[in-house]
Write a protein that binds this ligand. Structure first.
Ligand code: FEO
Ligand code: CA
Ligand code: CA
Ligand code: CA
Length: 593
C-alpha cells in the first residue's frame, strides 16, 4: 500500500517500513539501479571483473571495495555528466576470496586488498528523464588511488621528524591512504576524505601514543606487515603517524598528488565538512569516531578566491594549510537532571553552551607541554590535556546550507557509564547508549569562526515507543524508528538525511529524511533499507535522484564466499558486491515533492 505521502517538501514519499529483506527497498513509485559495483573497470586497460581470476593489477584499474563517502561534482562542457568520487574504506577478504585462509593470506590477495582500498574518481552519465547513472569507463578524469599511490603531507607538521621514515627522510611523501570513511566536498571543487580506523593496519605498536590511537602490540588481522615493512612499527615506528589525516583531492586534475592536510590534526577522522565564514574563510568540522573521543573544527586564516582561473584554483589548494585547530567542550544547562536513562530534563531539552578550545595555530601550540607538531600528530592527546568533552562516537557532520546550524551524528556508545568509564552528560545523556543521537550546534552570531556556540540534541534515536528517545519534539507515533545514525546530508529543501550503521532495532540499516525547521521539524521518514549485513553510506540527495553507497553487504559473522549471507546485488551463485545505488521517481518528477 502506498501509505502516507504527506510531509515537508522534499519528504513527500510513503515511508519504507522497517524490514530484513536482502535487497534495497525504496518507496512505492520509486525505481533504482546499481550505478557501479566493486570490481567494475574504470581505467583504460582494466579488465571486466572476474571473481575467479582477480589480480592486483586488475583491481588497480577497477572500482574499489566497500564504498563509503560519495560526492557528485558538476562536469562542465559534458552534457548530462557528473564526476563521482568514492571512498573505499576497507576490505572483507573472507567475502572477496574463495577459500581465504586468514592466517596465511597470499601476496596476491594482500596486493588485491591494497588496490581495493582508497579512492575512486569515475565520471557518470545521467539517463535522459530518469535518475539513472551509468559509469563512463576510460574517461580521462577517472582515477584510482590506493595503498601504494603517492600522497603529500602539507601544512605545519609536514616534514616533522615525527613523520619521517627510512623510505621517506623528507617526512612529506606517503604511500597510500587507508580506511577512508566519510568526507566532504569543498566550495572550491575538491573533496575531503577522512582516514578513520588506520590503527588496524599496523603491527607491533609499542608507544603510549600508539596505544591511545588503538594500535595493537601484536600481528594484524590482515598480516600486511609480512609483505611490506612499513606496516610493522617495530621496523618503522613513525609510519602510523602518516595515516589518520584528512586527504584533499582535486578530482578535476587527474595528474595532481592528493594532499594530507596536517593542520586538521590526526585522529580517526570520520569526515570533514567545510563551510565559509562571511569573509570567505573555510571552517571544517570534524569528528573522531571513537567512544569518548572528541569533536573538532579547523578555521582557515585564508580567504577562498572565487572563479575557476588557474590562480584561484592554486590559491584555494592552500586554504587548509594555515589556520587554527580547535576542539569542542560542551556544558549542559540542566546537569542535575541527567541520570543516564535518557529522561528529558525539566527544561524539556538536552541543551547547553559550548566552547571551542584552540589547540594550535600554525607553528604555535596552545596546549601546555606539547609542541605544535605534537598537537597535530597526537591530536587526541591535546584534546585530553585541555579537557575536551568525551562524546558518543562523533561520526559525520553537516552544516545546514539554509540555517547554518551544524548537525553531528553521534552513532552510539555502549561503554558509556560502564565500569570506570565516564557516565552520561547532557550531550551524551544515556548510559550504555545503543542507538545514538544527533547534536544540533549553532555558532554564536552564526559565525563559523566563533569561539562559542549553543547546542541541543535534535534526535535521541531508538524505538519511538521507548521514553528515552526524542524526535525534536515531534509526535513520536508518526515517525519511522531510527538507530545508530552515521552519515548526514542535506537535500535541496533543507531537510536532513541520515544513513545508519548497526541498527539495534532488529531491522536492516537504511536512509531517512527529516525536516529541521517548521512545524514538521522532527518528522523522520525512512526512504530506503539496504540488504543483509550492509550499512548505508555516502547519501547524496539531488533534486532528481538519491544516491547511496551500500557498504559491506553480507558482512555477518561466519559468512564467506562459500557461505554467503547475502546474494545482493546479482543473485544466487554470484559474489556479494558492495555497490553504489541510484534511486529516482518513476514518474520523472523530483524526489519527495
Ligand atoms: Fe567508518 Fe565511523 O564509520
Ligand atoms: Ca537542558
Ligand atoms: Ca561512517
Ligand atoms: Ca560507522
Amino acid at each position: 500500500t502506498p501509505g502516507r505521502t504527506d510531509g515537508a517538501r522534499g519528504l513527500r514519499f510513503s515511508p519504507v517500513a522497517p524490514n530484513t529483506a536482502d535487497q534495497v527497498t525504496v518507496p512505492v513509485g520509486y525505481a533504482q539501479s546499481v550505478v557501479i559495483r566493486w570490481g567494475e573497470p574504470i581505467l583504460r586497460g582494466a579488465p571486466a571483473f572476474d571473481a575467479d581470476k582477480q589480480t592486483a593489477a586488475a583491481q588497480a584499474g577497477q572500482f574499489g571495495y566497500n564504498n563509503d563517502f560519495l560526492s557528485l561534482l558538476p562536469l562542465r562542457g559534458e552534457h548530462g555528466r557528473q564526476v563521482l568520487v568514492a571512498n573505499h574504506e576497507y576490505t572483507d577478504e573472507i567475502l572477496m576470496f574463495k577459500g581465504y585462509d586468514s592466517e596465511n593470506p597470499t601476496r596476491e590477495q594482500v596486493e588485491i586488498a591494497w588496490a581495493a582500498h582508497g579512492l575512486s574518481v569515475v565520471v557518470v552519465q545521467e539517463e535522459h528523464r530518469s535518475g539513472k547513472l551509468t559509469p563512463v569507463t576510460r574517461h580521462p578524469l577517472n582515477r584510482r588511488l590506493h595503498t601504494t599511490s603517492e600522497f603529500e603531507l602539507t601544512g605545519p607538521a609536514a616534514g616533522s621528524p615525527l613523520l619521517r621514515t627510512s623510505a621517506d627522510p623528507s617526512g612529506r611523501k606517503v604511500l597510500g591512504t587507508l580506511n577512508n570513511c566519510a568526507g566532504g566536498t569543498t566550495p572550491w571543487g575538491t573533496t575531503l576524505h577522512g582516514e578513520e580506523n588506520f590503527n588496524q593496519y599496523f603491527a607491533n605498536g609499542s608507544s603510549p601514543t600508539d596505544k591511545r590511537y588503538g594500535i595493537g602490540s601484536g600481528a594484524t588481522e590482515r598480516k600486511w606487515e609480512r609483505f611490506d615493512r612499513r606496516f610493522d612499527l617495530k621496523q618503522e615506528p613513525n609510519e602510523a603517524h602518516r595515516q589518520g589525516w584528512v586527504v584533499e583531492l582535486d578530482p578535476y586534475d587527474p595528474d595532481s598528488t592528493p594532499k594530507k592536510r596536517t593542520a586538521l590534526g590526526r585522529f580517526k577522522h570520520e569526515a570533514a565538512q567545510p563551510r565559509l565564514t562571511e569573509d570567505g574563510r573555510p571552517v571544517v568540522y570534524m569528528g573522531d569516531d571513537e567512544r569518548f573521543d572528541y569533536f573538532y573544527k579547523f578555521v582557515s586564516s585564508k580567504r577562498m578566491k572565487k572563479g575557476n582561473s588557474r590562480a584561484a584554483r592554486e590559491h584555494n589548494l592552500t586554504l587548509l594549510d594555515e589556520g587554527t585547530l580547535y576542539v569542542a567542550k560542551l556544558t549542559g544547562d540542566t546537569p542535575q537532571d541527567i541520570d543516564g536513562t535518557g529522561k528529558l530534563p525539566a527544561d524539556g531539552e538536552f541543551d547547553g553552551s559550548g566552547q571551542w578550545i584552540p589547540l594550535a595555530t600554525g607553528d604555535v601550540s596552545h596546549v601546555p607541554g606539547m609542541t605544535a607538531e605534537e598537537v597535530y600528530v597526537f591530536t587526541r592527546l591535546a584534546g585530553d590535556k585541555v579537557g575536551a568533552t568525551k562524546m558518543d562516537r562523533p561520526e559525520d557532520v553537516e552544516p545546514s546550507p539554509r540555517t547554518g546550524r551544524v548537525y553531528v551524528a553521534l552513532t552510539n556508545n555502549t561503554n558509556r557509564g560502564k565500569g570506570t568509564n565516564p557516565g552520561a552528560d547532557e550531550a551524551n545523556p544515556r548510559n550504555l547508549n545503543k542507538h545514538g543521537q544527533i547534536l544540533e550546534l549553532a555558532e554564536h552570531w552564526d559565525d563559523p569562526a566563533s569561539d562559542g556556540f549553543a547546542w541541543r540534541l535534535f534526535l535521541v534515536a531508538g524505538d519511538p515507543n521507548d521514553p528515552a528517545t526524542y524526535y525534536a519534539g515531534f509526535p513520536k507515533e508518526k515517525v519511522s524508528p531510527i538507530s545508530c545514525p552515521d552519515n548526514v546530508a542535506f537535500d535541496p529543501y533543507g531537510n536532513l538525511w541520515i544513513s545508519t550503521d548497526g541498527n539495534q532495532l532488529g531491522s536492516h540499516d537504511g536512509l531517512f529524511g527529516v525536516a529541521t525547521q517548521g512545524e514538521r521539524r522532527g518528522e523522520l521518514k525512512q526512504f530506503l533499507t539496504v540488504p543483509k549485513g550492509a550499512e548505508t553510506c555516502g547519501p547524496i540527495i539531488q533534486d532528481r535522484r538519491v544516491v547511496v553507497a551500500v557498504q559491506h553487504p553480507g558482512e555477518i559473522d561466519g559468512a564467506s564466499v562459500e557461505k554467503p549471507a547475502s546474494v545482493w546485488p546479482d543473485g544466487p551463485g554470484r559474489l556479494v558486491r558492495p555497490s553504489v545505488v541510484a534511486v529516482w521517481r518513476k514518474d520523472g518528477r523530483d524526489i519527495g515533492v
